[in-house]
Write a protein that binds this ligand. Structure first.
Ligand SMILES: Nc1ncnc2c1ncn2[C@@H]1O[C@H](COP(=O)(O)OP(=O)(O)O)[C@@H](O)[C@H]1O
Ligand SMILES: O=P(O)(O)OC[C@H](O)CO
Length: 497
C-alpha cells in the first residue's frame, strides 16, 4: 500500500494542500488565498463555496505537483481554522449564509446578555471556554435569529451546522457525511468537554435545535471517502483536527507539560495537561488537545488574535515594508534607547485580557521614532503577548513541571529576529520546528497513522526535528524594564469592556 498522505489545511487567509511521503517529508504543496469580507464594522465573513473550490483546486494541484494520482494517496487528513461557522441545506448542500469567521465580533451583545443572565460560569464549567464572540455558539444563534426562515428550516431538520472541517467533509463525501472531531466540537461553546457530548442544557439556553449538529468522532477515525469523481479515485478521510490542535500534534507535544506556540495571523499557545482537565483561574481556555482511541487529552490554550496580522499591517497599512520577511531586518535597526510599544488590539484583546472593546494603541513615540521603532514594537508585541500567556498557563498548571522549551511554528516563526526576542522576553529556549507546516503534518500524522502507513505516536515524537534553538541572551534588568513598559502600555489600552 502506498504511504503518501495528503493534508488539507484550510486556514483563515488561505487553503493549502500538502503531500507527504512515507518518510513524513513534504513532497509537494499548493496554496490559494481566500477572500476576506468585512461587510460591516466588526464583521468578518468567508464564502463557503470559495473555500470549497479552493480546497478542490489545491488538492488537484498538489497531486499534479507531486506527480501522483489519487490512488497513490493512502489517506487525507483535514485541519482547519476553528470556530468559523457555516450553515447549509442538508439536501442540496447550498450554504444558507456566508461563513461567520472566528474573528467576527457581531455577537458581542449576545455574549454580554448571557453574561448578564449569569451564564458565564455554566458555559465555562461545561465547555472550558468563555462567553466571547470568538466561539461558534453565539454565531449560530445569531444566524438562527437573523437569517429569514432559517429557524423553521432548522427545526424541520433540513439544516446542517458545521465548522470548516464539517463543511469540507460533507462536500468531499458528496453530502454523505455530517461529522466533526472532538477538537473542533470543543470550540463551539456547545460541547461538554468532560462528558464528551453536545450539551442539551447549553443548546437550550442558546436556542439551538440539536438536529443541526454533526456527529463527533475521534481525531483519527473514519470520516468517509472522497467521491471518486473529485480527484479520480476515492480517498479515505482518516484524520481531522482544528489547526491549533493539529500543530500541537505536529509539534509532538504529547507529554503533559509540553507547549507549542503557532505564529500565523494570530498566535495560539497550547500546554498539554494530559488526561486531566485543568481549569484556568487566569482566563485561559481549557480545550481538547486531541482524542485518540476514545481517550481525551486536554490542553490549556492562550489565544492572541493579532500576531502576523500586525506584520501585514506594517506592509499593507503603513507601507513601511514591502514583504513580511523585511520586518525583522527593520526591527534590528531600531534605536535601543527608544521604548516604543504597540498593543495590537486591532480586534480587541484575547487571552488573558478578553477585552472585546480595546483597540490598538502606540505608546512612547518621540520625534526620533520612525519605521524601525514601529516594526520592532510590532514584533516585540508578539513576544510580550506570548509571555502573558505562558505566565498565566504556568500559574494554572501550578505544582506540575512545565517544559522549559517552547516549540514554535507558523509563518511568522520564520523571523529569526522575532524568535530571538521571544526567547529573551520569555526567558526560555525556543525550538523552531524543522517543518514550519507543522499544522499540516499533525493532520497528516492522524490520517497516516490511522491508515497504518505512518509510525505510531512514540516514533513520530522521536522523529520530531528542530531547525534551530534560540536561547535567551538579554540581561535580566533590561528584560524586566521592557516587561514593565509593556504592562503599562496594556493597562492604558484596556477598556474594561
Ligand atoms: N519572515 C517573517 N517575519 C514576520 N512575519 C512573517 C514572516 N513571514 C510570514 N510572516 C507573517 O506570518 C503570517 C502567515 O503565516 P501563516 O502561518 O501562513 O498564517 P495563517 O495560517 O494564519 O494564514 C502572515 O501574517 C505574515 O505577515
Ligand atoms: O487559520 P489560522 O492559522 O489563523 O488559525 C485560526 C484559529 O484556528 C482560530 O481559532
Amino acid at each position: 500500500m502506498s504511504s503518501y498522505v495528503l493534508a488539507i489545511d484550510q486556514g483563515t487567509t488561505s487553503s493549502r494542500a500538502i503531500v507527504f511521503d512515507g518518510e513524513m517529508k513534504m513532497v509537494a504543496s499548493a496554496q490559494r488565498e481566500i477572500t476576506q469580507s468585512y461587510p460591516q464594522p466588526r464583521w468578518v465573513e468567508h464564502d463557503p463555496q470559495e473555500i470549497w473550490q479552493t480546497v478542490v483546486d489545491v488538492v488537484r494541484e498538489s497531486l499534479e505537483n507531486a506527480k501522483l494520482e489519487a490512488n497513490d494517496i493512502a489517506a487525507i487528513g483535514i485541519t482547519n481554522q476553528r470556530e468559523t461557522t457555516v450553515v447549509w441545506d442538508r439536501d442540496t448542500g447550498a450554504p444558507l449564509h456566508p461563513a461567520i469567521v472566528w474573528q467576527d465580533r457581531r455577537t458581542a451583545e449576545i455574549c454580554e446578555s448571557l453574561r448578564a443572565d449569569g451564564y458565564e460560569k455554566l458555559f465555562s464549567a461545561k465547555t472550558g471556554l468563555l462567553l466571547d464572540p470568538y466561539f461558534s455558539g453565539t454565531k449560530l444563534r445569531w444566524l438562527l435569529e437573523n437569517v429569514d426562515g432559517l429557524r423553521d428550516k432548522a427545526e424541520a431538520g433540513s439544516v446542517c451546522f458545521g465548522t470548516i472541517d464539517s463543511w469540507l467533509i460533507y462536500k468531499l463525501t458528496g453530502g454523505k457525511r455530517h461529522l466533526t472531531d472532538a477538537t473542533n466540537a470543543c470550540r463551539t461553546l456547545l460541547y461538554n468537554i468532560t462528558e464528551n457530548c453536545w450539551d442539551d442544557e447549553l443548546l437550550a439556553i442558546l436556542g439551538i435545535p440539536p438536529s443541526l449538529l454533526p456527529d463527533v468522532r475521534d481525531c483519527a477515525d473514519e470520516f468517509g471517502e472522497t467521491t471518486p469523481d473529485l480527484f479520480g479515485a476515492a480517498i479515505p478521510i482518516l484524520g481531522v483536527a482544528g489547526d491549533q490542535q493539529a500543530a500541537t500534534i505536529g509539534n509532538a507535544c504529547f507529554a503533559p507539560g509540553m507547549m507549542k506556540s503557532t505564529y500565523g495571523t494570530g498566535c495560539f499557545a497550547l500546554l498539554n495537561t494530559g488526561v486531566e482537565r485543568v481549569n484556568s483561574s487566569h482566563r485561559m481556555l481549557t480545550t481538547i488537545a486531541y482524542r485518540l482511541d476514545g481517550v481525551t487529552t486536554y490542553a490549556l490554550e492562550g489565544s492572541i488574535f493579532i500576531a502576523g496580522a500586525a506584520v501585514q499591517w506594517l506592509r499593507d497599512g503603513l507601507g513601511i515594508i514591502s514583504k513580511a520577511s523585511e520586518a525583522g531586518e527593520l526591527a534590528d535597526a531600531a534605536d535601543e534607547e527608544q521604548q516604543v510599544y504597540i498593543v495590537p488590539a486591532f480586534t480587541g484583546l484575547g487571552a488573558p485580557y478578553w477585552d472585546a472593546e480595546a483597540r490598538g494603541a502606540i505608546f512612547g513615540l518621540t520625534r526620533n521614532s520612525g519605521p524601525a521603532e514601529i516594526a520592532r514594537a510590532v514584533l516585540e508585541a508578539v513576544a510580550y503577548q506570548t509571555m502573558d500567556l505562558l505566565f498565566a498557563m504556568k500559574r494554572d498548571w501550578g505544582g506540575h513541571d512545565v517544559e522549559t522549551v517552547l516549540r514554535v511554528d507558523g509563518g511568522m516563526a520564520a523571523s529569526d529576529w522575532t524568535m530571538q526576542r521571544l526567547a529573551d522576553i520569555i526567558s526560555s529556549s525556543v525550538d523552531r520546528a524543522a517543518i514550519l507546516e507543522t499544522t499540516a503534518l499533525g493532520a497528516a500524522w492522524l490520517a497516516g497513522h490511522k491508515a497504518k502507513v505512518w509510525p505510531d505516536q512514540k516514533e513520530f515524537a522521536e522523529r520530531w526535528n528542530c531547525d534551530r534553538r534560540f536561547e535567551p541572551s538579554m540581561s535580566e534588568s533590561n528584560r524586566q524594564a521592557k516587561i514593565a513598559g509593556w504592562r503599562d502600555a496594556v493597562s492604558r489600552t484596556l477598556t474594561g469592556g
